[in-house]
Every structure is written in C-alpha cells, then in structure tokens.
Ligand binder design. Structure first.
Ligand code: SF4
Length: 304
C-alpha cells in the first residue's frame, strides 16, 4: 500500500473514531441532563467491573467532569470477588495511569456462592445480590452521593423483554433509581448508548478488559437468547430497537391494562375528545382539516 493510501485510511479511521466518541459523549451528556443524574457537589462512585461498559462509562464521565459547568467528584470502585485467576494488577495499573481516585474492595463472594449454590446451577443471581449489597455499603463508607453503573440501552431492552417473557411484568432498568436499601441513588449514564458503539469504543481505546467468565458460571441463557433476538431484529428491521427504546419513554397508561396505573373503573364520557384517544395504529397521515372535511362528506352522503 502506498504511503498516500495509508495516510488516507488512517485519517478515515480517525474521523470515524472521533464521530463515535462524540456520539457516545453526547448520549451520556443527554442522559445525565434528562434525568438530572449528576448535580453540583456530587461524589459519583463509578462501579468498575473490568468489562467494556464500565471502562467506557468511567472514561466518558472523566471527560465530562472536566468540561461540565458543575463540580463533581469521581471515585472508581472495583469489587474483587476472588474469582480464581482474577488478574488483580490490571485495574490498579489502569486506574493509576489515568489518575482517578479509586478503591479496590476485596470480598470473597466467590466462595460463598460456590458453597451455597449446588454444582451446575446458575450462580449469577446470588452473586449479583451479594455484590450489590457490598457496593451500596461501600458507597456509604465513601460518602458517595451517586452510584454509577455501566448498563446501556440494550441491557435495558433485554431486561424489559426478560421481565415480560419470564416474569409477567413490564419492567426494565431505569436510568435513575433509589437503591433497594433506600440509601443510595443509582444512575445509568449509558442509558442512551448502544452496545455496538460501546464495544467499538472499548476496542479502539484498548481498555484492558478482564473476561467475565472467570467464575466459571454459565452465561445467563435466557438473556443471551433475547440479546440474539434483538440483534436479529436490528438487522432485519432497522430502527426497531430505537423505536422500542422510545416506547420506554413514551408510555400511555390508559392504553395498557394496569388498573393501578390508570383508573379504568371510574372512566366516563365527558363529551370531549380525549387527548390520548383510541387511534390505535392509525398513522398520522391526514391533517385535522382533511379529517374534518372527510367527516362532513360522510355526513352529507348519509343525509342524501
Ligand atoms: S458471571 Fe460469575 S461473577 Fe458474573 S454475576 Fe455471574 S456468578 Fe457473578
């Protein structure tokens, strides 16, 4: 390859990386603003597992900290669960290099999980419950006001479908919530970011990824199935995933069936056209005046 072609390829790659970086930063900035995730004076504890998502989250939050009009602190926390083969040096080395305050918490949850869960059964649910408890406690000890997790848009959609398919519940992972113990605010600044972008970014940034199968647990098969299904949809019907995510932010309780969200029992006619009327799948192809004129034509036909 000639030097000129080489140079052109490199600048093309740089251009597309810059675009990707901008897109991710914009997504995170927007999610933070839309949900008021980070406020002036906050201490944000960023949970770092060593996977692509949490590295990306930390990287972008550190960038935003430097340019944000508000002051907030960041402390990265990794929980070393004592899985066999966990490369203890990787995260401290990286965190020292980027110059962020950090804490490695050592808790042997691996042994507890192995002891409590029979061989061959999935260990993830107990493991993550233990991990959550330790992280909440650590946030208190550090005086952190927010706990930032690396879940992204695709995690949220997968969780929504998992809950619908297997739990009979319409429930996802919210971008911001009060933790189960009522003491912490959990935020998910990657809520608007898609996994594909994050994976590309992590690769380009050469984050020192720690594999997540060290515990030997089987990957959650149901989640995997749903992930594949969403990926297939995304290929076959471009835009579907984006629409599904938009739906999460655009809920019409009067057109679902949860009496706790909408008082179906007491509805009555008011003579007014309801704002969220029953237009079901009608597409807004006609303007109000076109519909009015069509209606009057119908009336004329009926009268004649
Ligand atoms: S994959 Fe292993 S470390 Fe991760 S949640 Fe499951 S049991 Fe825990």
């Amino acid at each position: 390859m000639s030097e000129a072609v080489n140079h052109l390829t490199k600048s093309k790659q740089q251009y597309s990386f810059n675009k990707l970086q901008k897109r991710l930063r914009r997504c995170v900035g927007k999610a933070i603003a839309d949900f008021n995730m980070i406020e002036d004076g906050d201490k944000v504890m960023v949970c770092l597992s060593g996977g692509k998502d949490s590295y990306t989250l930390l990287d972008i939050l550190m960038f935003l900290k430097n340019i944000a009009p508000i002051n907030f602190d960041i402390v990265a926390v990794n929980l070393d669960q004592k899985q066999p083969g966990f490369p203890e040096h990787v995260l401290p080395q990286y965190l020292n290099k980027i110059g962020v305050e950090y804490l490695i918490v050592n808790e042997d949850t691996y042994s507890i999980v192995k002891e409590k869960i029979p061989e061959g059964k999935t260990t993830c649910s107990l493991c993550s419950r233990l991990r959550r408890g330790i992280l909440y406690r650590t946030a208190q000890e550090l005086g952190a006001t927010k706990i930032a997790l690396g879940h992204h848009r695709d995690d949220m959609l997968e969780t929504l479908l998992l809950n619908m398919f297997h739990g009979g519940r319409m429930k996802s992972m919210p971008p911001k919530l009060v933790s189960d113990d009522g003491k912490n605010i959990v935020i998910r600044p990657l809520a608007y970011a898609c996994e594909k972008d994050i994976a590309k970014y992590a690769e380009k940034m050469e984050f020192p990824i720690i594999p997540c199968n060290l515990c030997g647990s089987q990957e959650n098969l149901q989640r995997k199935m749903i992930k594949n299904m969403l990926q297939d949809w995304s290929k076959q019907y471009p835009g579907r995933i984006e629409n599904m995510f938009r739906a999460l932010q655009n809920v019409t309780p009067s057109h679902l069936a949860d009496p706790n969200l909408y008082n179906f029992v007491d509805i009555s006619t008011t003579g007014e056209i309801p704002e969220e009327g029953d237009i079901a799948f009608d597409t807004p192809e006609f303007s109000d005046s076109e519909i009015e004129s069509a209606n009057s034509e119908v009336e004329t036909i009926e009268l004649s």
